[in-house]
Unconditional design. Structure first.
Length: 433
């Protein structure tokens, strides 16, 4: 594991270019094994999740090459094989191999995935979708076995009891080559689902309604890639750097952004009183002062994203009053709170079941030794560290690297003083400067 050393207090300025969406990429890579030809992706983020997914591909005799943001995958010689449990358990999105393998071979055996521990995230809706398509699903000692009878999969109506991005994606992957018509009702609407459907449709799939709550799929017998698929910009990375820019910047331009993907987030920036100039594919954030407290309620897209409730939190420390965050999706997503309090923040969680967080003005942040319990918690600690006086040591920084490509390079380009070092190196006691 690595740790991130953040020397705070510098005012930051310049430009940052956003990479391809992590949450698209981790679905697109498993989807690639459904193809009957090699596949190429552009704008692939250089994050740990990509490299772990490449390890999983290798275990199935699927070759891949990643260079200069381009990922080539050749699934033409794919073989069924046990998937490496270490790589599977390192990221939750590995569960997309359930749907992809089921769609490819009519069967799948996958260890229960790992990833961020941010409270219960059951896969019951995934299993419901697989069963509706004609599969039998069993679970034993953390391994999920999915198989079909002699007739294989078939199109079917699927109604998700709750909106689930993961279940929607897995249902698409499993059904895209299943004969007949599949209808996914109460589907998630995230841009990443549209990105996945676009990729599959460009290979010959027949998917309609992606981005709405009803998706209709006519199964096809073959998927063949014709062109490079360019992954959409990462709206969560963009939101994180927007928060950083408003919290510690003297004028930062965020490039490669689709503002429409951030409507709910940008609305809260307007309420805060941040200085924004929104253009077609970029957003300028000027120095933000005299901010107002706000109320944030996390909701499924197009609402305020759960992945942005932690990155926006350090910015709320600058607001004159008490802000409230309610995470209705992952109410136990509070790993950042105790760590931010070590840095002098005034923030607390009131109801673990309702996900209520109170954030008060905290202008005297100082460096401390903290731990990134998961990706977005780590992002909030990074932003706080840049705002704080003194030096902050963020341990378990590999968690941050799972979601933010070229992190140190992007930060140093805008004047931040940060470095990534091995966690095993000697740590001196860090005191506020």
């Amino acid at each position: 594991m690595k740790k991130l050393i953040v020397h705070g207090g510098n005012r930051l300025s310049g430009e940052i270019t956003i990479g391809g969406a992590k949450n698209s990429t981790v679905a697109l890579i498993p989807a690639a094994i459904l193809a009957d030809t090699p596949v190429r992706f552009d704008s692939v983020p250089d994050i740990l999740d990509v490299h772990n997914l490449m390890v999983i591909l290798e275990s199935m005799n699927v070759t891949s090459k990643f260079e200069n943001d381009i990922l080539d995958i050749d699934p033409t010689n794919i073989k069924e094989a046990p998937l490496p449990s270490k790589a599977i358990k390192s990221l939750r999105a590995s569960y997309y191999f359930m749907g992809a393998l089921l769609g490819k071979f009519n069967r799948a055996i996958v260890s229960f995935p790992g990833g961020d521990n941010i409270g219960p995230r059951p896969i019951d809706q995934h299993i419901k979708a697989f069963r509706a398509l004609g599969a039998e699903v069993t679970e034993n000692d953390g391994t999920v076995t999915i198989k079909t009878g002699e007739n294989g999969l078939h199109g079917a109506p699927i109604f998700l009891d709750m909106v689930s991005v993961g279940a929607t994606i897995n249902a698409i992957l499993a059904s895209v080559k299943a004969p007949g018509t599949t209808t996914i009702s109460n589907a998630a609407k995230e841009p990443e689902i549209i990105d996945l459907a676009t990729f599959l449709n460009n290979m010959g799939a027949n998917i309609r309604g992606a981005g709405t709550d009803v998706i209709r799929i006519e199964g096809v017998s073959s998927l063949r890639a014709q062109n490079t698929h360019t992954i959409i910009p990462d709206r969560i990375e963009a939101g994180t750097y927007l928060s950083l820019a408003a919290a510690a910047g003297d004028g930062i331009l965020i490039n490669n952004v689709i503002p429409e993907h951030l409507d709910a987030f940008l609305a809260k920036f307007e309420e805060l009183g941040c200085d924004l100039i929104i253009r077609q594919d970029s957003i300028y954030v000027g120095p933000s002062k005299n901010l107002n407290p706000i109320q944030v309620k996390v909701m499924p897209f197009p609402g305020f994203a759960t992945d942005l409730q932690q990155p926006i939190t350090p910015l709320l420390f600058k607001a004159k009053g008490e802000s409230t965050i309610v995470d209705t999706i992952y109410p136990k997503r509070i790993k950042h709170i105790a760590e931010l309090n070590k840095m002098g923040a005034n923030i607390e969680s009131f109801d673990a079941e309702e996900g209520i967080i109170k954030v008060n003005e905290s202008l005297d942040l100082h460096g401390a030794v903290v731990e990134a319990g998961e990706i977005r918690a780590g992002a909030s600690l990074l932003i706080a560290g840049l705002m704080a006086s003194g030096t902050t040591e963020i341990r378990e920084a590999d968690n941050i690297l799972r979601g933010y490509g070229s992190l140190v390079k992007k930060l140093t380009n805008i004047g931040a003083n940060v470095e990534l070092v091995n966690q095993e190196s000697v740590t001196k006691d860090i005191e506020p400067e």
